[in-house]
Design a protein around this ligand. Structure first.
Ligand SMILES: CC(C)(COP(=O)(O)OP(=O)(O)OC[C@H]1O[C@@H](n2cnc3c(N)ncnc32)[C@H](O)[C@@H]1OP(=O)(O)O)[C@@H](O)C(=O)NCCC(=O)NCCS
Length: 235
């Protein structure tokens, strides 16, 4: 899939197909805003890390976590119909990354109804190398990125996120990784709050620029030593 994406025609085809999926599922407003963002958009990310030998708080939410099978992935994306337009967009973005081979997909299911409630991807240095995205994501051996976490909307604010995070970080530790790394949108207060409670430290602030469907990233600030993650800049 990725070699196909590296040709100009393949890339253009994928962009058009993805645009049509956004239009179909999310509606005209999100289609226009996401297209404008791809034409010219700027997003600031905080790059945060935390050790995997100290796990943060879990919650009483009961779930099981597993590496997703192709059937699980299909079931996950079939849930799109129940999400809000913004949630649909978020899920489509994750599908795009998944189809490219951006990491190994882990899901959680509720212990009582066995319904999928949360998903994330484990991204290793090997994945980044294969995608040739070293200019977008900096990750060393022994580090793992736990990326693109998504909590299905009916499970937001239920503790599903904390229970999942606790379990996936434990799995990452069992796989031998020492450090978890994440790229967090500076405006994502819920994720920042979660990482704050999990003793994450911010060591870089970066600007992601989209211009004519191309992406570049630039370091704005480096924090040495890293600073504690805060839910808001002023808190
Ligand atoms: C971000 C996301 C994973 C958080 O999961 P959630 O179930 O909604 O949030 P949680 O219940 O775990 O909340 C975490 C903390 O943030 C707070 N919070 C949640 N939403 C908030 C908001 N909109 N504004 C401010 N604080 C918020 C919660 O109160 C909680 O703090 P507390 O533990 O002190 O009470 C989820 O909203 C989601 O999937 N969003 C779309 C995808 C996304 O943004 N992924 C993130 C990284 S790629």
């Amino acid at each position: 899939m990725f070699s196909y994406m590296t040709t100009k025609v393949g890339r253009a085809f994928t962009v058009v197909r993805f645009g049509l999926l956004i239009l179909r599922w999310c509606g005209l407003r999100i289609f226009i805003s996401s297209t404008l963002h791809q034409l010219y958009g700027r997003t600031i990310f905080l790059v945060a890390t935390g050790p995997l030998d100290t796990l943060g708080p879990s919650s009483s939410f009961q779930c099981t976590v597993s590496l997703a099978s192709p059937d699980d992935v299909e079931e996950l994306f079939s849930k799109i119909r129940h999400e809000s337009p913004e949630g649909k967009y978020q899920l489509l973005v994750r599908k795009w990354y998944h189809d490219l081979g951006f990491g190994d997909c882990y899901i959680s299911r509720t212990s009582d109804t066995n319904e999928i409630c949360t998903v994330c991807w484990f991204v290793t240095p090997g994945h980044i190398k294969q995608l040739r995205w070293e200019d977008r994501f900096s990750i060393k051996e022994g580090e793992i990125m736990i990326e693109n976490i998504y909590v299905l909307e009916r499970y937001r604010g239920t503790g599903a996120h904390a229970a999942f995070g606790f379990k996936v970080w434990k799995i990452a530790r069992q796989l031998g990784y020492k450090l978890r790394k994440g790229y967090v949108n500076e405006t994502n207060i819920a994720e920042r709050r979660y990482l704050e409670k999990n003793s994450s430290k911010v060591h870089e602030r970066i600007l992601e620029r989209h211009f004519l469907f191309r992406v570049t990233r630039k370091t704005l600030e480096i924090y040495d030593p890293p600073i504690p993650m805060k839910a808001t800049p002023d808190s």
